[in-house]
Ligand binder design. Structure first.
Ligand code: HMG
Ligand code: MG
Length: 302
């Protein structure tokens, strides 16, 4: 088996998780949640996103979140356009994630632009961010399947990844937005990207709609991937990608990896403390494997 000794977890719950919640999670709860996640050993995290508050009201408190939680690791904020970047410049955050889907149809729904239009707007922004020494992450949505278009061409995904690599981004986070990819597809794409783009961080981002996300994590490890976007409690989903459920759960990935002897630096009991903070504000039950077991153990101990 091809396995790394260490895996980096990029926690995306405060962003991917809470952007998709029916109700606005109060700002102070988000802040406590993020601080508790940091205490659990998470070193990289998407804190929030600077998007249009009309499109995604759940993220309208992005400035307050960043001000209250920045520090202690790589804190990343999402931004889709010039207006968002100008808002990021008003903060001390030094890591930005831009996001584009491979599929035009998804992009039109998510950012109101085609893939080519988004690239054209983002190219000078990426150059500027790199000149200002920002860490730049490019999130590549619908890398395998699109909720509107169906199967996405592997060639299109690879070409978009290469375009961002050529623009000088530090990291590509390659996403199975609606949780449709299978481990073979995942292995093939990530093996290819690792070989073609050896000088860039490559991260896998799985949603767990069809319960293949842990298998996809394992297939990615075999392809040489050692960075995963995960979300505590399996929270997550994109408001403009119908049918997608949450991200693969941080606790399930950490539990699997640690059992396999792969370190993550994340303390599972502290991670569950973080989840306890946000759970009362989440509209659906949390049913991840590790969380269910953890609650059962707590009940039998009392
Ligand atoms: P638009 O309507 O075409 O843009 O939206 P616009 O320039 O015409 O602006 C519309 C209004 O929004 C204006 O306000 C702007 O000022 C304002 P008005 O003048 O009407 O009062 N506005 C902004 N305000 C604050 N911050 C901004 C901003 N931009 C415009 N940055 C836009 C285009 C891109 C803004 C919109 O489509 C948008 O915000 N989209 C974001 C959608 C989103 O957040 N999706 C979820 C994140 S991606 C994801 O989850 C996938 C990922 O997890 C990977 C995966 O799983 O695939 C990353
Ligand atoms: Mg996502």
């Amino acid at each position: 088996m091809n396995l790394p000794n260490h895996v980096t977890i990029i926690e995306v719950g405060p962003r991917d998780g809470l952007q998709n919640e029916k109700n606005f999670v109060p700002t102070d709860v988000k802040i406590n949640f993020i601080q508790a996640l940091k205490r659990s050993g998470i070193q990289e995290m998407e804190l929030t996103s600077f998007v249009s508050p009309k499109w995604v009201p759940q993220m309208s408190d992005a400035g307050d979140i960043v001000q209250a939680t920045l520090g202690g690791g790589r804190d990343i904020v999402l931004s889709p356009n010039r207006k968002g970047i100008d808002r990021v410049y008003e903060t001390n955050c030094k890591a930005v994630a831009i996001f584009v889907g491979v599929s035009d149809q998804f992009n039109k729904k998510n950012i109101n632009k085609t893939t080519a239009e988004a690239l054209e707007e983002l190219a000078p922004i990426i150059t500027e961010l790199k000149e200002r020494q920002y860490f730049v992450r490019a999130c590549i949505s619908t890398a395998f399947y699109c909720p509107y278009q169906g199967k996405v061409s592997l060639v299109d995904t690879i070409n978009l990844c290469k375009s961002f690599a050529n623009l000088g981004v530090d990291e590509l986070s390659v996403a199975d937005t609606i949780g449709m990819a299978n481990p073979r597809e995942v292995y093939d794409l990530f093996s290819f990207l690792k070989k073609e783009l050896p000088n860039i961080l490559i991260t896998a981002h799985f949603h767990d709609t069809r319960k293949m996300a842990l298998a996809n994590v394992f297939a990615s490890l075999q392809a040489g991937i050692d960075r995963f976007d995960t979300s505590v409690g399996g929270l997550g989903g994109c408001p403009f990608a119908p049918g997608a459920t949450g991200n693969v759960a941080t606790e399930d990935v950490v539990n699997m990896l640690e059992k396999m002897g792969i370190s993550t630096g994340v303390d599972l009991s502290k991670l569950m403390e973080a989840l306890d903070i946000v759970e009362p504000h989440i509209s659906r039950p949390i049913q991840t494997g590790y969380h269910t077991l953890h609650k059962l153990e707590q009940t039998t101990q009392h």
